[in-house]
Design a protein around this ligand. Structure first.
Ligand code: ADP
Ligand code: MG
Length: 400
């Protein structure tokens, strides 16, 4: 996959209409519909400001929630238009439809320096189907000489009309958010500063198989924690008590251990644990020394010895990619391993990248977000990136 894509710095947008795909999929209060966190809107500001400053007329669009092709008033982007206007300090014109008469009229009248936001793209079922007519109608809003700018990293792994389809009709470049994702994560995968350490955790082996496969060819060290560690330990003949087990992945886990050894990749597994007798926040925290977990207990977090060994590997790394918490960090008693990793990344001189929705949430919740080189903004998208998959929303952009 080629990560070297043209950006808004490579095109002249003066006097042109720019169709800008944003990620305005913000969390909302269920009762009132109010935006509970406007981080994603604020993240879009640099790209929007640059385009407006350079004399473009910006037609912004996004999805919000899962309306499944139906008009759902509680998922209208109107609230986003209002917040965006406050943050930008200028009027945001709102179209009550996506490619309909209101959008067409307002797009046609849009002047350089002005911004229009379309209604929720997923109100039209053709968006998620990547329907070519819908994509062309979106592109036509930008008209002759128009440009498509993609800045919604969270949806680049989906081939939808607004994330990939439109690129067939307009010259397509990335905005500043996607540019940063591609530069930092692309470099980590293609030409990492070594040693390259991958820290993999989370609940399930099956979610991370493609990531492990891809990183086995790239990393120097792979650190395994979280719920998936127990399937690896069981495959190595250890007792794992009541811990999470994917019995159908035992052979796979064994293969990975063998392959890592063949490739000269150091694969680290937990050497001690924090356990509980049941999966609950109030359960007593029972330490288990050694790799085996006693009968009747389940592994909830890596133990202190493991955290020390993992932190040491991170301390000496040139690049660290982290995907997946080391334990059930949602329960305070079992957040220690994840906190130790976040701290180790924060204190390391390495390029540090956090990908994955829960990992990013954990790093933020634990207060280490500003200490990381990069926290990927796309959960599913960053996972597919680490899998080495071709992302339709990236592949469709013009090569540098
Ligand atoms: P990401 O979203 O960063 O890719 P995942 O979704 O793969 O991460 O995994 C996150 C989830 O894994 C968390 O909800 C966490 O509670 C869970 N988890 C971590 N360790 C364990 C464990 N030992 N047992 C059960 N669940 C775990
Ligand atoms: Mg997750």
């Amino acid at each position: 996959m080629n990560y070297s894509k043209k950006t808004i710095n490579d095109v002249d947008v003066k006097g042109k209409k720019v169709l800008l795909r944003c990620d305005f999929n913000v969390p909302q209060d269920k009762a009132t519909g109010a935006i509970t966190d406007d981080k994603r809107i604020r993240a879009a500001l640099p790209t929007i400001r640059q385009l407006l400053d350079q004399g473009a007329a910006v037609i912004a669009c996004s999805h919000l929630g899962k309306p499944k092709g139906e008009v759902k008033p509680n998922l209208s982007l109107k609230v986003v238009a209002e917040r965006l206007a406050e943050l930008l300090g200028q009027e945001v014109i709102f179209a009550a439809d996506t490619i309909g008469p209101d959008a067409q009229a307002k797009a046609a009248a849009l002047q350089p320096g002005q911004i229009l936001l379309l209604e929720n793209l997923r109100f039209d079922k053709r968006e998620e189907k990547n329907d070519p007519e819908f994509a062309k109608a979106l592109a036509d809003l930008a008209g002759e000489g128009g440009v498509y700018v993609s800045d919604a990293f969270g949806t680049v792994h989906r081939a939808h009309a607004s994330t990939a389809g439109v690129a067939a009709y307009l010259p397509a470049v990335s905005g500043l958010l996607i540019q940063k994702e591609l530069e930092i994560m692309g470099k980590a995968l293609d030409d990492p500063k070594r040693p390259f350490v991958a820290v993999l955790g989370g609940a399930k082996v099956s979610d991370k198989i493609a990531v492990i496969n891809n990183l086995l060819d790239k990393a120097n060290t792979i650190i395994i924690g979280g719920g998936m560690a127990y399937t690896f330990l069981k495959a190595q003949g250890h007792g794992i008590g009541k811990s999470l087990l994917e019995a159908d992945r035992l052979d796979y886990a064994n293969d990975m251990v063998v392959k890592a050894a063949e490739k000269g990749v150091t694969l680290l597994l937990p050497v001690d644990h924090l356990c509980a007798s049941d999966f609950s926040a109030d359960a007593d925290c029972v330490p288990a020394e050694g790799q085996d977990i006693p009968e009747g207990l389940m592994g909830m977090d890596i133990g202190p010895k493991t955290a020390e060994i993992y932190a040491a590997a991170i301390r000496d790394a040139g690049t660290v990619v982290w995907n997946g918490p080391m334990g059930v960090f949602e329960f305070d008693k079992f957040a220690g391993g994840t906190r130790a990793m976040a701290k180790a990344l924060a204190e390391s001189g390495a390029v540090t990248i956090v990908g994955g929705g829960d990992s990013a949430a954990a790093v933020e919740q634990l207060g280490f977000a500003d200490k990381m080189t990069h926290i990927s903004t796309g959960g599913g998208a960053s996972l597919e990136f680490l899998e080495g998959k071709e992302l339709p929303g990236v592949a469709c952009l013009l090569d540098k």
